[in-house]
Ligand binder design. Structure first.
Ligand SMILES: [Zn+2]
Length: 173
């Protein structure tokens, strides 16, 4: 899949993110090698999503008056720096990546559970789902969003040394 090619899945990164007792990758972090490029295991993609979601919750739970304008470097004709609201931009990027990559059904589960904070009982009751379907959907959402969160350009939601070196991250998170 082309979407995995944007981020160089470094072996040291995937091992660090992999679930130690994963039955698919045995803690290696890779499940297959396609065209010479390692493919991240689903446990790695879920770890990426959880890190991005933790950052999203942190940004979203800050008080309004705590919002700050930050001076960041940029490539401009007149100035080499610009102002940005990094917390708000991160929240917008996280939601935009989710909307673009999820189906309507998955996005409605994502919105109810991850954005609005409804627990599994409320989601199941509201969306007329059984518990198994709900948790399978959560796993699928985390796996789907793990890859684009790590590799979306120009701003990746997930910090990585390899994408940073390639110039994919401008936030510097
Ligand atoms: Zn794994």
């Amino acid at each position: 899949m082309e979407k995995y090619n944007k981020m160089i899945w470094d072996r040291s990164e995937t091992i660090a993110l992999a679930k130690p007792f994963c039955t698919t990758c045995n803690g290696e972090g890779h499940k297959a090698i396609r065209r010479g490029i390692p493919t991240p295991c689903n446990c790695v993609l879920r770890a990426v999503f959880r890190a991005c979601y933790a950052r999203f919750v942190s940004c979203a739970s800050k008080e309004k008056f705590m919002s700050q304008i930050t001076l960041i470097p940029c490539k401009g004709k007149e100035s080499q720096k610009t102002f940005a609201r990094l917390n708000e931009e991160y929240i917008a990027d996280f939601c935009l990546v989710s909307r673009r990559n999820l189906s309507d059904f998955d996005y409605s589960v994502f919105r109810n559970h991850f954005v609005l904070g409804a627990d599994w009982r409320l989601c199941c009751e509201h969306m007329k789902l059984d518990r198994g379907t709900f948790f399978h959907t959560l796993y699928r959402i985390q796996q789907i969003l793990g890859a684009p969160s790590a590799s979306s350009n120009p701003t990746a939601c997930f910090p990585s040394t390899s994408t940073s070196a390639a110039g994919s991250i401008s936030h510097g998170w």
